[in-house]
Write a protein that binds this ligand. Sequence first.
Ligand SMILES: *Cc1c(COP(=O)(O)O)cnc(C)c1O
Length: 400
Amino acid sequence: MSIIGDPRATPRLPEAVERAAVIDPAAIRHNVRTIASYVHPAKVLVAVKAEGYGHGAVTAARAALEGGADWLGTAHVSEALVLRAAGIEAPILAWLHTRGTDFAAAITEHIDLGISGWEIHHVARAAEALQKPARVHLKIDTGLGRNGCTVEQWPELLSLAAQCQERGLISVEGIFTHLAVADEPDRRETDDQLEVYRHALEVAQEHRIVPDLRHVANTPAAFSRPDAHFDMVRVGVGVYGHSPFADRTAEDLGLRPAMELRTTVANVKQVPTGQGISYGLTHRVDRPTSLALVPLGYADGIPRVAVHAPVWINGRRYQSVGRVAMDQFVVDLEELDTPVQVGDEVVIFGGDSGIEAADWGSAAGTTNYEIITRIGERVPRVVLDSEQAPSAATPQQGSA
Ligand SMILES: *Cc1c(COP(=O)(O)O)cnc(C)c1O
């Protein structure tokens, strides 16, 4: 083994890209089409909150719309405004607000607002000042215990909404709720939540509020609960090509991961038995071996607690050892005479590696949702559409 290996170019990326989350809009389009055909005739809202689950909000939104999404969803109005500023005209719903939320901007930019309670006064005031009705979706908490109006206060919120609607300040476009355990299809709490939701719809009808869009299902319910589809589903993780279920892979669901996280080997060295690895020396090698250094750390979103997580180097799977540091982690190459050299391609998950974000989730005691969403800003998102020519690569520095 030579001390200084030949740096090799990675196959599809510009050489200057040292680390990248490679985003494939074709996968997003495919996943939206797959989900849309599955839930038809229900409409599809694609959640592009949190920078499109780490993929880049505008990239994800455009690909979702190309794939047939009817709506886009964000947590915050500020996230929805970014989409409008990028020229996206599709309907958008934003559902998590604070006293700092710019409701006037939302109304002006025709962004629909989820309403759980207190917001209605602020939204009505903003609508009055603008002389333009706000489009709202009333949210009922059917059991998640997070956002949403309680069952007890639901009639009061409906009365207020009916009054505001009569005064031309709001227009109720939807009634929605969010499920707590749809990723575990055998749990009966989902049945309970659906029952509370159906009752909430009846109470709304008594207040003469009968909106066009009843929506409940997230990705797991879109796949496992046809009785939760109603008029629209709100899907996130599935659109990015990941399974919300512990016992079904993305492939089982017909979905393709839209992000590949990759870099190149930053160093390779031989070490003797007993060599300690990384801070805390929590791991020691039990035989002479070689180690590869991977230049991604917790500042890039690799969980510090991940141990024995898989990586793919030159077509072979290895495991991480020792603690993940801020900028780097170590991989045991399992033999002294390793073929791995500095510059070789490392895939953390996605692409041809066969490694899923869910594998990193297991190694770190978390979910694939968190792994894809937490990839840091130091990792450029490189958009590489697999249905277009390779020259279409466009690094998007700082887009997440
Ligand atoms: C994030 C979110 C979704 C999408 O959830 P997935 O499990 O990623 O499909 C749907 N609805 C609401 C209210 C959300 O916050």
